[in-house]
Design a binder for this molecule. Structure first.
Ligand code: GAP
Length: 543
């Protein structure tokens, strides 16, 4: 997609109600976006599709935790100390920049992972490349590079005795309550806890629309597994082909994408954890259905310096927009880091009691020293006994496998990849080729003319479709061609036109967005037909 197309997407998003910068009336505020009616519906549909795939169909639990948490939570989780980005501030104009990004983006630089370098080294590179402030052009050579914590701080209640933070990831709301969820899961590993909700990051310079927000939506699954006993159900996704960009390939001069099935990726050790490989497979199928172009999609492994403080391995699902790759989802192997930390900092028991299949008998030596003999003869007179006991299980700390999806980046990717142009009846047309299952509106209903009873009949048809639970837009203004274009631009997959034949034979025209092909369908069959088309149970060609 060229730069111009992205600009057009932003323009379309604003004009047609997908998203727009927040508080423009007051000069706007970077990193905050408001979803309009189309965008909110698209986002909602994507969240619903995520819930269906990663929660309901996997039998996981979903929770809803607060977005503000006390400081102790983030002290334990490590965010207070380590959730930092590298900040360099221009002394001339006061603008703040991500120092690592400036270094990585400089044309003379071959540094791919500046985040992994010490601050002083990044400052040296800024000086060496003669990097200047992107806002005003002043040299940044003498400016220090400092850690900037990305969490938004607040106070809980009056005064400042109880500091709190807006959560930077939804995950901590799950980890901190782990003992309860383990109980709800009857201490049976593996089990998953999911959450869809807002997270907050005070990004240093958010400039990429929905791709870098200060208030964002995450859909996260924390899958708690027994590292000794639980194997991922690889068979379910074994044949899914993954486009993998591993660390060795990224480091090699001629490194390239490897197309491996999930099974091959595990057997060849390219993806170390079978659980991560399982989620890569599951998510690839899901992304394709959600409308991500699979020719502009890959899984990239984190370079060692890129890993978050909690992760031992991480693969990102990335999509290509404007020739650049953007992280959509992180699939992290968090080990037991988070629950170890909460166990260490709190008084709770963050273990699961793992019941043995059969109780086992264990022998333990016990020491019963006879104090009157203590001294040189201690060894001879100490009473050692072997005691037998029966144990029915043990306390274990599960490991955490975390697919963490960014919903806003998904919305943006799906829109960017759906943006299409062609020519219809000699006129250029813009349309969003969104999958019917996620499109904001499933069907537009139009009367051919706003008279002769066509409008009343069309209104009835719209009502019937709405009663069937379909997302319907009714439009009776302007020429029919213009009404089609309006729906094409917001990605409505089907349009129904009520015309004079409808009054005679009770059929309507159904037009399909991408092909613009039309078919006649009896009105009584319409709700089921449109529903089946939306759910991919029928194809338009087969009507
Ligand atoms: N719990 C793990 C976690 O938060 P992350 O990689 O920092 O991992 C997960 O974030 C996802 O959240 C990313 O893959 C991305 O899609 C989304 N995300 C993170 N920061 C974002 C931002 N500033 N704006 C929009 N989306 C963001």
């Amino acid at each position: 997609m060229s730069e111009r197309e992205t600009d057009r997407l932003t323009e379309l998003a604003k004009r047609r109600g997908f998203f727009t910068g927040t508080a423009a009336a007051y000069g706007g505020v970077a990193g905050f976006y408001t979803y309009g009616p189309q965008g909110a519906a698209l986002k909602d549909n994507l969240e619903g599709a995520w819930r269906d795939r990663f929660v309901t169909r996997e039998g996981h639990m979903e929770i809803d935790a607060p977005t503000v948490m006390p400081e102790a939570v983030f002290e334990a989780s490590g965010h207070l100390e380590t959730f930092n980005d590298m900040l360099v501030e221009c002394a001339e104009c006061g603008e703040s920049h991500r120092a690592d990004h400036l270094v990585e983006d400089h044309p003379d630089s071959d540094v791919e992972d500046a985040e992994a370098l010490p601050n002083a080294e990044v400052a040296d590179l800024i000086a060496e490349f003669g990097i200047t402030c992107p806002a005003c052009g002043a040299p940044l050579a003498d400016e220090p590079v400092e850690d900037f914590n990305l969490m938004f701080a607040t106070n809980i209640g009056p005064g400042d005795s109880s500091p709190g933070y807006l959560r930077p990831e939804t995950a901590q709301g799950i980890f901190v309550e782990f003992p309860q969820f383990a109980e709800y899961a009857r201490n049976q590993l593996p089990f998953g806890v999911a959450q869809i909700g807002r997270a907050y990051r005070n990004e240093i310079s958010p400039r990429k629309g929905l791709l870098r927000l200060r208030e964002l939506t995450q859909a996260e699954l924390e899958h708690f597994v027994d590292p000794e006993d639980d194997e991922a159900p690889i068979d379910r996704v074994a044949d899914v082909v993954l486009p993998l960009y591993s660390v060795p390939q990224q480091k090699a001069d001629d490194g390239e994408l490897q197309e491996l099935t999930v099974r091959e990726a595990v057997e060849e050790g390219v993806v170390e954890s079978d659980w991560i490989a399982f989620y890569l497979g599951l998510s690839k199928r899901w992304y394709a259905r959600a409308g991500v172009d699979m020719d502009r999609f890959r899984y990239r492994q984190h370079l060692p310096g890129e890993l978050s403080h909690y992760a031992s391995d991480c693969w990102d699902a990335e999509s290509e927009i404007d020739g650049g790759w953007h992280e959509l989802t992180g699939f992290a192997y968090r080990g037991s880091y988070d629950i170890d930390k909460h166990a260490e900092y709190s008084d709770e028991d963050y273990t699961v009691f793992k019941q043995y299949d059969e109780p086992i008998t264990v022998e333990r030596p016990t020491v019963d020293p006879d104090m009157s003999y203590l001294g040189p003869e201690f060894g001879e007179h100490t009473g050692f006994t072997i005691e037998e006991s029966t144990e029915s299980g043990e306390h274990v700390r599960p490991h955490i496998v975390e697919p963490s999806f960014g919903v806003d980046r998904l919305v943006y990717t799906v829109l960017a990849h759906a943006y299409s142009q062609d020519e219809v009846d000699g006129e250029e047309r813009t349309y969003l080729s969104l999958p019917a299952a996620v499109a904001p509106t499933t069907v537009g209903v139009f009367p051919l003319m706003d008279r002769d009873g066509l409008n009343d009949r069309a209104y009835e048809v719209a009502r019937t479709l709405r009663d069937a639970g379909l997302a319907v837009t009714y439009d009776d203004s302007g020429a029919i061609g213009r009404r089609y274009r309006r729906q094409d631009e917001v990605g409505t997959p089907f349009c129904v036109t009520v015309d004079y034949d409808t009054l005679e034979d009770d059929t309507v025209t159904v037009r399909e967005r991408d092909s613009t092909a039309q078919k006649r369908v009896p009105v009584p069959e319409l709700p089921d037909t449109i529903g089946a088309l939306r759910d991919d149970d029928r194809s338009f060609e087969d009507l």
